[in-house]
Write a protein that binds this ligand. Structure first.
Ligand code: ADP
Ligand code: ZN
Ligand code: ZN
Length: 735
């Protein structure tokens, strides 16, 4: 007897799907993409139907318990995308589904219901109460109204409503309502921006590709060149044709400004996905997308999974940004997956940036991406002037060297002119670390082995990796000496110093300490409205913001990011500093950038000084080729996380032998697939765990995927059960 057998992806860390029988009573109802409840060991688990076939029931095959809902949770297009993603990242399909479909988005209990009043009929004789008559008149003109809506028209209407219901003229009912995410947005008239020649040319290349299947673009546009307007133009065409669009931005760029700009153009057709929304808002936003009410989905990386019915374009702004890479569970990069989803859905994909990644440039050379460029700022505004100040030759002021004379002079001028300045330092806190001058002790995090940063406002030492906190003592915790010194400085210290040095100016600070719970919006608003004239901040400040009155950007300790043991350290620093510099002079007045550093001759900073992006890319690209890194090699980092250093290293060692075996079975040589390690990670102790690693470097992707396929299939036999193994394809974080 033939039975219906389904493949179910269950969100557990196992590298295969599970087969189940469908009970006869459910055979008619089962669909691809549905959520089902399955017996799983001694418990029951929810999973997703990813395959349906007819066949003979094998022994021991269990039946599913139920179907969670008739509607498929993921449509077929999205399912093929998720399958491919699961293959690419060697991540179990069930976990991929769990990542792509937030639980809140399918939890019916989150539907918001509200009592509404519905018109039934007019009475035979008019009411005595004029108010009741008026309410009935009001209701007769619309499908229904909530009590709130009635209350906004009529004073204390409850007794009238009661009477109306009693006569049968009005009926009350519980209805589902959608929470309005834009209730704080008043409609405003905005001038329509007319694209300039360069923007038009770029937009028309993209627009003419719409509807013709997949095509990838790299849009290189300097900061302030008007990329956003180009995206809006292309997306408008897509929306007119009835299709949807995905607009990815780094989480940090999800500023009210950006949302507002899209709302001005597309109104309630936009849906914004971000990490701060509550479950109810998430549920409603997803249902607006699934039903096709929302056509333009704007969001950080996870918006790449948006369940739009038909996708006409995918845009990835600031494509080089590291925040597109998810660093937990399924380690996908939304930028790369945008290209994959575009290929599956058959639509163009635009990657935009003022500082594109070396990977994307290499894809242009390989003919995989079409190159578009906006080499100038809008309205012929100049890019800011950049100066480098070599801090080695500056003098200490009261034993410290925070600001150069040059920067202080410029700051005073800017404030005197009533303009604004941004001071950028990519380190939060007050002092970098606590040093005992008697015994040399530096207070370190007991869980991570990293020096702890002093935060004055809360009088605590914090670990920036795990948030472990210690009360800041006035003596050395080791030898009790009082001879403690605070070494290095962070944004908190800089803010304090500027308040002292610039008594007439209002100085604010924006970093992850001050940006919590509404702080971000408040501080950005204060700066936009010019209640603050100087804003000190970390990389939160670097991207996307458009403050027309900022004419000076100061960068402190520009070399900080160059010291990381990571092959992308230079590229990241270049990108970050270019973005920061790009905040200056976006309005009518020209901008200036002053970069303070102790490493003024570093090639990265020299290229920033000359504004020579192509020169930097060429030099960096050569180094990558010489040293065998992306885009010339494909990497995968295999991490081993355990309790002790010895057992973790041992596991990594077993993995290396297994991988060498796999390599020779597959007939690859060392040059095709290098296996580096076992070694301990640069942060070998993190959050109380030991971290070992093995790095794979392959000449082509197929070799990497084949080796990883075999490796993940054997993983359970290779590792001890106490060790967690993580496969990270195209790793971004090598620390
Ligand atoms: P980018 O994303 O390339 O850094 P934006 O899209 O934020 O640049 O544009 C920078 C500024 O220029 C914004 O204030 C924007 O409103 C304005 N702008 C964009 N295009 C035009 C145009 N064609 N004419 C006038 N102003 C424009
Ligand atoms: Zn001491
Ligand atoms: Zn820590």
């Amino acid at each position: 007897m033939e039975r219906t057998i389904i493949e179910v992806a269950i969100p557990v860390p196992v590298h295969h799907t599970f087969s189940y029988l469908v009970p006869y009573r459910l055979e008619e109802e089962i669909r691809l993409g549905q959520q089902v409840l399955c017996p799983f060991g001694a418990r029951k688990e929810f999973g997703y139907v990813v395959g349906i076939k007819k066949g003979a029931a094998k022994d021991g095959l269990k039946e599913i318990a139920s179907i969670a809902g008739p509607e498929p949770i993921v449509a077929e297009g999205l399912l093929s995308f998720l399958r491919k993603l699961s293959w690419y990242y060697h991540s179990p399909l069930g976990e991929v589904m769990r990542t792509a479909v937030p639980l809140a988005s399918i939890d019916r209990r989150l539907e918001k219901k509200e009592k509404v009043y519905i018109f039934e009929r007019f009475p035979e004789r008019p009411f005595k109460s004029v108010k009741s008559g008026a309410i009935l008149e009001f209701l007769s003109g619309r499908e229904y109204a909530s009590r709130g809506e009635i209350l906004s028209m009529f004073h204390s209407p409850d007794s009238n409503l009661k009477a109306l219901i009693k006569t049968g003229c009005v009926r009350a009912e519980m209805r589902r309502v959608i929470r309005d995410p834009f209730k704080d947005f008043a409609d405003r008239k905005t001038e329509k921006i007319r694209l300039n020649q360069a923007q038009k040319a770029v937009a028309s290349s993209i627009v003419s590709s719409l509807g013709n299947g997949y095509c990838g673009f790299l849009l290189y546009g300097v900061t302030g060149s008007g990329k956003t307007e180009v995206y809006i133009e292309a997306i408008s065409h897509v929306v007119e044709s009835g299709k949807g669009a995905i607009m990815l931005v780094p989480e940090i760029a999800l500023t009210p400004q950006m949302t507002r700009r899209f709302y001005d153009v597309f109104g309630g057709k936009i849906a914004v996905l971000h990490s701060m929304m509550n479950d109810g808002e998430r549920y409603d936003t997803f249902s607006r997308i699934r039903r096709g009410d929302a056509k333009v989905v704007i969001g950080a990386r996870s918006a790449i999974f948006a369940p739009l019915k038909e996708i006409g374009i995918i845009v990835v702004d600031e494509e080089h940004d590291a925040s597109y890479k998810q660093e937990e569970k399924v380690r996908y990069n939304a930028r790369d997956m945008a290209l994959m989803r575009g290929a599956i859905e058959g639509c163009p994909v635009v990657l935009g940036s003022a500082t594109p990644s070396l990977e994307s440039f290499s894809n242009v050379r390989a003919g995989k991406l079409k190159f578009l460029s906006l080499p100038e700022r809008v309205e012929s505004r100049a890019l800011p002037d950049v100066e480098i100040v070599d801090m080695r030759f500056e003098e200490d002021v009261e034993g410290e060297r925070l600001f150069s004379k040059r920067l202080l002079a410029e700051l005073s001028d800017v404030i005197a002119r009533g303009e604004q300045a941004i001071i950028f330092l990519n380190r939060r806190g007050f002092a970098n670390f606590f040093l005992c001058k008697d015994c040399g002790n530096v207070v370190e995090c007991p869980q991570c082995g990293i020096s702890m940063t002093y935060h004055r406002k809360i009088e605590k030492l914090l670990c920036h990796y795990c948030d472990f906190a210690l009360d800041a003592a006035s003596s050395c915790p080791k030898c009790e000496s009082l001879n403690i010194s605070l070494v290095g400085f962070g944004t908190e210290r800089v803010e304090e110093a500027l308040k002292f040095l610039l008594p007439g100016a209002n100085v604010g600070r924006l970093d992850s300490d001050s940006a919590t719970s509404g702080g971000l919006k408040k501080i950005l608003n204060a700066f936009t409205e010019k209640r603050l004239s100087v804003l000190v901040g970390t990389q939160i400040l670097a991207k996307g913001h458009d403050f027309p009155d900022v004419t000076l950007v100061g960068v402190l300790l520009a070399e900080l990011g160059l010291k990381f043991p990571d092959f992308r350290a230079s590229e990241r620093t270049f990108q970050l500093l270019t973005q920061v510099a790009g905040r200056a002079g976006r309005g009518d007045k020209p901008g200036k950038v002053i970069i303070q550093t102790y490493d003024a001759n570093h090639y990265t900073l020299r290229h920033i000084l000359s504004g020579d992006y192509n020169g930097f890319i060429a030099q960096e690209d050569r180094l990558r080729e010489e040293r065998g890194y992306p885009p010339y090699r494909f990497l995968s980092l295999i991490e081993f996380i355990g309790k002790g250093i010895a057992e973790t290293r041992e596991s990594a060692g077993f993995a290396v032998s297994a991988l060498s075996g796999i390599r020779s079975k597959l007939g690859f040589r060392h040059q095709d697939l290098a296996i580096l390690g076992p070694s301990m990670a640069p942060l070998f102790r993190l959050k109380g765990k030991a971290r070992g690693q093995v790095l794979l470097k392959a000449k082509n992707r197929d070799a990497l995927h084949e080796a990883l396929d075999r490796f993940t299939a054997q993983i359970e036999n290779i590792k001890k059960s106490s060790i967690k193994v993580i496969v990270d394809v195209d790793p971004v974080n090598l620390m």
